[in-house]
Ligand binder design. Sequence first.
Ligand code: NAD
Length: 574
Amino acid sequence: MIEVRVPDIGDFSDVPVVEILVAPGQQVAAEDPLVTLESDKATMDIPAPAAGIVCELAVQLGSTVSQGSLVLTLAPPDGAASTEADGAAPAAAAPSQPSPGAEGADRVDVVVLGSGPGGYTAAFRAADLGLSVVLVERYPSLGGVCLNVGCIPSKALLHAAELLTGAREASAIGITFGEPTIELDRMRGWKDSVVGKLTGGLEGLAKQRKVRVVHGQGRFASPHELQVDQERIAFGHCIIAAGSAAAQLPGIPYHDERVIDSTGALQLGDIPERLLVIGGGIIGLEMACVYDALGAQVTVVELMDQLIPGCDPDLVRPLAKRVGGRYQAIHLGTRVQGVRAAQDGLHVTFAGDLPAARFDRVLVAVGRQPNGAQIGAEHAGVQVDRRGYIAVDAQQRTNVAHIFAIGDIAGEPMLAHKASHQGKVAAEVIAGHQVAFDSRAIPSVAYTDPEIAWAGLTETQARAQGIEYQSASFPWAASGRALSRARSDGLTKLLVDPSAPRRVLGAGIVGVGAGELIAEAVHAIEMGADAEDLALTIHPHPTLSETIGFAAESAQGTITDLYLPSSRRSRGAR
Ligand code: NAD
């Protein structure tokens, strides 16, 4: 019998168990996570030191543990020699079929661990460059969080939300619909069909390129081998694209099905009467937007003193104003103290003066955590930091020269479009190209209503870092297109170098469709464009894209659609 005890967890003691991932009788492989602990600084999984069958749990949810505390006991796996039960941890799970060996003929050029936007892009690019590729995915469908339980299903539901709010608000311009009827099953079915088309498409693209897809949990067995359930794959190079998972908060009864994360929220199980969203970041606010449109009374609680902390306050203001008028409440600078599950609902207490309140569902959206602790990286010698990130150089190389990491696991920002670009870099470097990930701007978009998008330098960053800049903005109240769409709640802002030729350093847009509009500014920053380049580009009229041209004209002092004080007007030629 192996006694599994809490290993050295640094300076922490009396750390609560927030998740139990196994049950008595369950067979586990070496390194499988058994329980999750959460301190005020980090969440950590306790892995199985060896393969075995869980006998008895010595902890329960909420138990507090320290280094050396007994977590559970493991019996040797079926058929294992009894000497394995001495508690010594093997270096890796034993392969159940002969290993082809790191240098063997069966060795694949590239194995990609994880099939999200980073992983599948890396795999397909590597195959297009003539390399043999295996793509490993633990879930039945390809596409990772983004396609299955993230960006895509949320955008489908946000489209539904837009239609619902648009129909309700149409009365202001003389069109009155009846109250929309929501058929939740059909809406869910439609959302799932959108996801299905994309994930099915990936299967087809993999086949066309002869990328072999292996489904199963992948863990390193050695620097040149990956164990995927029963199969051991020998590789020349590996690209780790294993992503991230929703971060958890202590004191939350996660076992209660009324407590959900973004995946649960996207399942659209029901429309709760009262929904509490913990975390006023991008995920929390996108889901709040969906459930508000569906008819839930939404309350948002955010730890910091602003929604979407880190984003420039002038960009957040139009969103805060709109949702402030629609939601039940928005509590800023507030921490949730605890959630108690009772028959009549989830009773939530807050730090400070805010009275306790009861909700039908609680959505926890307090950030994401990289999956670095779950891949047996130590067997390959790949360094993973305490938070689960893997450090990489500009070519996406880890500390082990033939192993690369991309996407969420390789650091912030955790965005699909960053991951896919890094995936291409890693594949090309492996194929011998002299390339690096060297972007000037990675755009961020909150697909809320109104949307907020930004790229490059922000005013918040510029002030914090003492970077000189000139800010030039164009309010959508002066845009014919925004007014004719009855959505003048927007702003387009450019940050430019204050000295000529006023190079574009950053951009921020709030308003409907901001996520589409930001691309022009990203292109400008990437190309090293000046405000003049944008101002002299003829934008179609009347469009929202004009607001970028107008903001650039404002920086140049040549704008005629606003009245600038004479000190800011340019008297030179355009
Ligand atoms: P986030 O970090 O953007 O927001 C989490 C929020 O929770 C923060 O505002 C934080 O202050 C707050 N918070 C933390 N602890 C709290 C507590 N105890 N009580 C109340 N509030 C608390 O994280 P997210 O929204 O979960 O998104 C995760 C990641 O996924 C981000 O990196 C994001 O960029 C990415 N993402 C991007 C998109 C997109 O591009 N549209 C969509 C979804 C997610």
